[in-house]
Design a protein around this ligand. Structure first.
Ligand code: HEC
Length: 236
């Protein structure tokens, strides 16, 4: 009997609990919804702060540089020396690039000055020194010679390289094109030596060989010294 009473009471309580329970469950659910909403709001504020959602800032250059990849492709850090020694960078490639220049420049010996000066023998020549051509003040007074690196920098960005030049050409964005066209110009009336390029890997290999040779020499010296000492001791 006691059991059944207890059961009844338990059932009653259970009944009440169920009612109260559904209320709690509703509150709990509402609480979670609120919590989730709050969390979402918080996250969007944080995200806004991190990603400048409220204050869009466009970087100067769009996209991002994946340095390892670009370096492997040789697009970023390549020097003129390296470009001049690349496969496919040669006089005939340069002749094609020169089509972009020929609107304003002739290249053959004794060719006429046009919008720009005749470029026969320009590699290694003085800057702004073609006779009979009227240069801008900027180029006439610039000074120096057209070496490989100077030509590379000039053709990369003529107006950046020489403030006030009247060469109305935006430049060649690819260093391979700049190297090739410089080789082509060099072949037409100039004869600058093309710089050699030794890759870093090859240089390191050489350095290691050098160290090994030096270590060997040291060892030989040491042996020689000990032999001398032995000889000296023997003669005493
Ligand atoms: C739209 C015409 C135009 C084009 C295209 C052009 N140039 Fe020029 N270039 C000029 C002018 C004009 C000058 C003289 C600049 C000055 O006096 O400031 C000049 C000067 C030069 C000089 C200096 C010459 C010297 O006597 O010191 C070089 C080198 C040169 N250009 C190379 C090139 C090459 C290579 C290209 C093609 C990749 C090219 N130019 C495309 C107009 C042009």
């Amino acid at each position: 009997m006691t059991d059944s009473t207890n059961n009844d009471a338990a059932n009653g309580e259970a009944g009440q609990n169920t009612d109260a329970g559904s209320g709690d469950m509703f509150n709990t659910a509402a609480g979670w919804v609120l919590f989730a909403a709050g969390l979402g709001l918080g996250l969007s504020i944080v995200a806004g702060k991190v990603f400048h959602g409220n204050d869009p800032q466009r970087p100067d250059t769009l996209g991002y540089v994946i340095e390892g990849v670009e370096e492997e492709a040789g697009a970023v850090e390549m020097t003129m020396d390296e470009a001049l020694n690349m496969e496919g960078v040669d006089v005939s490639a340069g002749e094609k690039v020169f089509a972009k220049c020929s609107a304003c420049h002739t290249i053959e010996a004794g060719g006429a000055n046009g919008v720009g000066p005749n470029l026969h023998g320009i590699m290694g020549a003085g800057v702004g020194a073609v006779s009979g051509y009227e240069y801008s003040g900027a180029m006439a007074s610039f000074g120096g010679q057209w070496g490989w690196d100077e030509m590379n920098d000039w053709l990369n960005n003529p107006r950046g390289y020489m403030d006030g030049t009247k060469m109305g050409f935006a430049g060649l964005s690819s260093i391979e094109d700049r190297a090739a066209v410089a080789l082509y110009m060099n072949e037409n009336g100039s004869n600058l030596a093309v710089p050699e390029y030794v890759s870093v890997a090859a240089e390191e290999a050489e350095a290691v060989e050098g160290e090994e040779a030096a270590a060997e020499a040291d060892q030989n010296d040491a042996e020689a010294t000990s032999e001398e000492t032995a000889a000296a001791q023997a003669s005493e």
